[in-house]
Write a protein of this length. Sequence first.
Lengths: 470, 582
Amino acid sequence: MSIDYSEKIPNNVDLAGDRKLQRALESWQPNFINWWKTMGPAVPTQDVYLRTAVDVGKEGWAQFGHVAMEEYRWGVFLSERGDDRRIAFGENKGEPVWQQVPGEHRADLQRLIVIQGDTEPASVEQQRRLGETAPSLYDLRNLFQVNVEEGRHLWAMVYLLHAYFGRNGREEAEALLQRNSGDLDSPRILGAFNEETPDWLSFYMFTYFTDRDGKYQLGTLKESAFDPLSRTCEFMLKEEAHHMFVGTTGIDRVIQRTCELMREHDTADIAPHGGVPLHVIQKYINFHYSVSLDLFGSEQSTNAANYFTAGLKGRWQEERRSDDHLLTEDGYGMEQVRDGSVITDEVPALLALNLDLRNEYVKDCQSGVKRWNRILEKNGFDERVYLPHVGFNRDVGLFSTHHITPKGDLVGPDVWEARRDDWLPSEADRTFVQNLMRPVYEPGKIAGWIAPPSNGINGKPFEYEYVHFA
Amino acid sequence: MTESGPTTDAGSPAVDFDRDPSTYRHWQLEIDSENPAVAYVRLDVDEEGGLVDGYELKMNSYDLGVDIELYDITQRLRFTHPGVRAVVLTSARDRNFCAGANIRMLAGSPHPWKVNFCKFTNETRNGIEDATEHSGQTWVAALNGTAAGGGYEMALACETILLIDDNSSTVALPEVPLLGVLPGTGGLTRVTDKRRVRKDRADVFATKSEGFGGKQAVDWRLVDEVIPKRRWDETVRERAADAARASTRLPGGAGIELPPLQRTETGEGITYPHVRASFDRAAGLVEITIDGPDGGAPSSMEQVHELGADFWPLAVTRELDDLILRLRSNELELGTWVIRTRGDVGNALAVETFLEEHSSSDWLASEIRHYVKRTLKRLDVTSRSLIALIEPGSCFAGALLELALACDRQYMLDGPFDDSTDDTGDTDDTDGTAGSGQEEARIVLTAANFGTFPMGNGVTRLGSRFHGDDDHVAKLRQEAGRRIEAREALELGLVTDAPDDIDWDDEVRIMLEERASLSPDALTGMEANHRFVGPETMESRIFSRLTAWQNWIFVRPNASGPEGALRKYGTGRRADFDRRRV
């Protein structure tokens, strides 16, 4: 008897009546499950208290309950939209959006979707072993929640590949499971997704900074003239918000605990007391922020310009912007290094779209910094955390051939090498943080380097048994 | 030039290729009453008879309209006058054979017009050579006056060139020195490759505007013989009679008529009894459907002669030929041709086998096959993206499969069209009714795919497709006669892809849209490169080297700019060249 996938997979894409999608699920799902089992969370669990998307409406789009993870119902959802959506930008501005992939843009759209899709399973792979050192059941559950939803985001991209890109799309969908994070022969596409997430401080930083890049990338795809992509991304953003919440509050709680320990022991050097010193937190911020900036690509990009003009990828909140949405005549200020100093130059706005998006991202990142500094302030400390200069520690773009300090000063390689460990986590810092990581699986208990959350999940208390181990 | 050109890009007139001997304006076709094995084709251009306004066809110069009549003559000689074994190409005017393509016409024509004109004239010259080589109709050029430029190129297409020796008539290729362009209708190539003129001499000849006559023309092999004026008529007659005697024209009775084609043209397409073309202007493509034969093989060659132009292979080829010419000239923006066939594979094979059996004994059977060959060659040099869609109900078998193999890509539907839900209804119904939704698409290789219809570069389309892999071609030969379904066709390399019915619509749509988004010029260049994988021949060099360079020169300011040589010709002023070599 054949499996009723339409029942097994929550969806709003008429799964039962869509032969293409049926075939997609039939051929792809077993491979996905196999991938989840081998590359997904390493800690054996019986079930986890998880949120499952069941609808797209404003009310009750998700339900909560204990589920075995490999039986998680990875659904396929597209946001609902009006019938008369129009292209908001580029040379086709004002025309109806596309319900099918125009052949002219097939290769580019497919590439955009594959790159986005590749990051989703990558982060699951990167975080595979984190469960072994979770600071609490609450945090462990959040990790798994992020993981299953990244899995669902992979489904979302795979849905698009299967439903709209024919055989070629199916092959790409298959390849999404063949590449593995950190695999030397078949790595993930983007460099940042081939680094293991070694500890929970890194995990919070990753969900704050790197998932936030994902949010902005999805935001640009949400504007796409290719309507199914747009609607898919819009719904993904809803889930992505929780991932960011995990990062924001995770760092909140680390800083809160650091404050407590500093007060308790009246010293900034709380390392001997089992806390993460503030300067180490700053170094982690420096590192994760700077590598996430690299994900935005070169500041000046003709690809991004072409995508925009063609209507494939818009700007963040394109429709709320008041310019002409064509950008053929506009300029944009771009920082670059010239004659030994960082200056601002005007370039055509169309070529500066990656920078435009990155600037939106930087603004968003500032809000977290503000929040963490408020915690420091409330606790009576004068120390502050900050975001380093955008040119600091960059491997991609205009600053990649220069050494810039966190304050924005251009320095030579000698100074960089000498000060490097003051600005980025040193081997010793990393070893120290990793040594702090000890699993705490007892309900209601938490590790000593992090404060408990102020609330539990879905109205449940912190003590709730969010995870049942196998 | 003081007057502006006759046409603009937007204003090029639609070209009509229908001609009839009773309405020729520029040629006289006469079958010699004393020796009916000899035909005289005399050029007598009506100065006022230009296809487009704005130029006069002086000095027996020609434009596309003149050449369309010549093409019509070559076809009728082969089908309507099977008794003709030698054709004398000459002029109705004393002391002037032909001055070549009309310069004002060229100077005023938009680029696509020039390119189409050159392509068509080249194809007609190739057709003349084909008649000599394969049809036992040997063409003899009797140059009773100067043959310059395109005039001499016309002569070069003939087997023998006779030049009158009157101390003034010459043969010349003055394009380079006078016009800043090339003798692009095969001139440069035939002088060296066919006439075997040494290449340094060819260089001298092609830069000497007045050309050569008399003994030197013979010494340099530019002509075969010079004949004093007083012995001219008689000698020409003798040479023609000799050629006729040496010819190996097949028997087979009287000629057949080539009546006007039944064609309906609308804004949306062109329809013939066996060929339909429907335009999708928004998508920039035309969907061409070619019908296979209604029934099986005819009972006899007598029946074929009786059917004449109604016999399916001839009828469908005439229609396709006409369609190709019309689309090429008149529908420049329909950049992709999607080619389908519909009909019964068994019938197509039966007709083909019948023709093959009679092609070495009956002139008509043979002529039809050569006509199919020439029409396929026309497709090969057509600057449009050609895509074959092989679907259930199609009949891409043998000669019809050549249509698909001439295309840049072939897509074959794997499995039946799924009209109903999941009722596979798998039939091994080899004689299944055409168009039945349940039948799978099949293609069939036959002997016709292994040498009957060579491309201009002398190899088969399969040979070109699998260039350098003779073993594979040999392997395919063993598959001849077998019905091959999509998956196997893909494995054998006979199709580009074989999507199933779920993917079919999307794959095809996306592929066509993608194609339409690419640069038309880059596509033309790319396709021309890919289609002629393999060796070169004189014929293929004419297209790949001569006309490709000519087309480049045509867009350069040194030829076509306001100060260029084409524009300055006849004004008494010199062209002002950009002296940089590129």
